[in-house]
Design a protein around this ligand. Structure first.
Ligand SMILES: [Fe+2]
Ligand SMILES: [Fe+2]
Length: 151
């Protein structure tokens, strides 16, 4: 499995505030890849919990940022977009709960992480940025507002 490589052409929206937050999210998911690849599982459990917590917190912060921008710029597609955020937040919540339940069994934690969770996080994030978030960026562009976006 490979880390996510930030591709400016497909993932960059031209909105500095959001591009920086997206890069941070990619960075957190890439830290999970690093843990999964560690040869010594005994040392991996605490950082794994820390990173999952970071991901939950930062995703929440990021979605809030976008949703405030939808309001500020009166984005007409906000309802569908916010539903996507809610879906991811609830999946992430399930994931965090599963990790909390399996605390103490690092090998069991690493296996499912390797098999399906990283793929889910990676695919969801890349698709969401490239299609949903880009939809918002295109809307701002049409409004002539891209580039000077602030909260
Ligand atoms: Fe986003
Ligand atoms: Fe979004």
């Amino acid at each position: 499995m490979a880390k996510i490589v930030w591709d400016h052409n497909s993932m960059g929206l031209g909105i500095k505030l959001l591009d920086e937050q997206h890069q941070r999210l990619v960075g957190i998911i890439n830290q999970l890849y690093e843990i999964v690849e560690q040869p010594e599982p005994a040392t991996a459990e605490e950082p794994l919990h820390d990173i999952i917590d970071q991901l939950v917190d930062y995703a929440y912060y990021h979605f809030q940022t976008e949703e405030l921008l939808f309001e500020k710029y009166q984005y007409p597609q906000s309802f569908a977009h916010i539903s996507e955020h809610k879906y991811f937040t609830s999946e992430l919540g399930r994931l965090a709960a599963r990790f909390a339940n399996e605390r103490g069994d690092t090998e069991r934690l690493r296996q499912p992480l390797q098999l399906d969770i990283l793929a889910f996080l990676t695919n969801w994030l890349i698709n969401h940025i490239c299609f949903c978030d880009r939809g918002f960026a295109n809307y701002l562009k049409q409004q002539g507002q891209l580039g000077e976006i602030t909260l």
